[in-house]
Design a protein around this ligand. Structure first.
Ligand code: AMP
Ligand code: MG
Length: 318
């Protein structure tokens, strides 16, 4: 791939939003902040631009992208929004909830966005910067996390530069992301709700809002340890549920386990989610062979943190 100059622009600078929109209209990629992690955005209606997302990230073409919209009305142009989906959108949008819904027939989204599936993942981000960009563009953006496929997700513009510098013409700097891990993803088919990826909006909240049970995604592929898919991988190996550290380790603590760094000294799971990727990068930079991580409670947002940690610890190359 040819090297290009990545321009890094403060998202609050005059004209930054317009500059991003012009790049998107020209069919180029823009890295931008959302409240979850930084995204690598393309005009979702341009097949050629969307294809660049896959090549720039080295993302497998079978892994579909999330379409980011500025409103429920914009989502409604492309997917069928039933009453359950509508209720969830009204309650959690803008915010870190992605809904996988059936696509409208003959909608304008190219098949590359959904990797050929009949469903489409939609989310309305809470970040004012990104919402303004989508609104000015007037159509959705497709945006996965702005990192090389399989690596740690970026929570600052500097993280994006480290992973994709020289590959993206424009990187908007909106400071550190407030949530720090990717959105909760749920699939809705009729009245069946399935959790596809845990996030900071928990299944209990979804159940409470809809009055319906949330089925767990089919975990069969990843419950056997050897089959866990590697993702969010630092350079170092990762050891989970560590209560103390070995000489060759950097320890990331939580609660009473202090470690070299701590996800949250007070045991706050939202704070731990916000710090997760940044601390994995920091621990990686310490250069030890292994990063050890203290146990994280397996409830609420802890489910989402443990999901990322399991994949970070999975054997590489799978
Ligand atoms: P990323 O944006 O890189 O965090 O990844 C987006 C996630 O959304 C991936 O895990 C995809 O598999 C999932 N996803 C996107 N579209 C769909 C869809 N139509 N059906 C199921 N999962 C989806
Ligand atoms: Mg990602």
């Amino acid at each position: 791939m040819t090297t290009i100059v990545s321009q890094i622009v403060s998202a609050n600078e005059d004209g930054a939003i317009h500059q991003a929109v012009e790049q998107l209209i020209a069919g180029n990629l823009v890295a931008l902040p959302t409240e979850t992690v930084y995204g690598l955005a393309a005009d979702a209606l341009s097949d050629a631009a969307v294809q660049q997302i896959y090549t720039t990230k080295g993302r497998p073409v079978g892994n579909p992208l999330i379409c980011h919209v500025a409103s429920i009305a914009m989502a409604d142009k492309y997917v069928v929004v039933n009453t359950i989906a509508k209720k969830l959108m009204k309650k959690y949008w803008p915010g870190p909830l992605t809904l996988v819904l059936p696509q409208r027939e003959n909608n304008a989204i190219p098949a590359t966005v959904s990797a050929g599936l009949q469903t489409l993942a939609v989310r309305c981000p809470a970040s004012d910067i990104t919402k303004s960009i989508i609104a000015e563009l007037g159509r959705p953006i497709a945006a996965p996390s702005a990192n090389a496929s399989g690596k740690l997700s970026p929570t600052s513009a500097a993280d994006v530069v480290e992973s994709l510098g020289g590959k993206v013409p424009l990187i908007l700097d909106g400071g550190e992301t407030s949530i720090g891990i990717e959105s909760t993803i749920i699939g809705i088919a009729g009245s069946n709700i399935t959790l596809l990826r845990p996030g900071t909006i928990t299944i209990d909240e979804i159940s409470e809002t809809t009055g319906l049970p949330v089925l767990d995604r089919d975990e069969t592929q990843i419950t056997a340890p050897g089959q866990l898919k590697s993702h969010y991988a630092p350079n170092a190996a990762v050891r989970l549920n560590a209560t103390s550290k070995e000489p060759t380790e950097t320890l990331i603590g939580f609660g009473e386990i202090t470690g070299d760094f701590t996800l949250s000294a007070s045991g706050n799971l939202a704070e731990a989610a916000q710090n997760l990727f940044a601390l994995l990068r920091k621990a990686d930079a310490a250069g030890t062979a292994t990063i050890a991580v203290a146990p994280i409670p397996q409830f609420g947002i802890g489910l989402a943190i443990n999901d990322r940690l399991k994949r970070a610890a999975a054997p590489r190359g799978l």
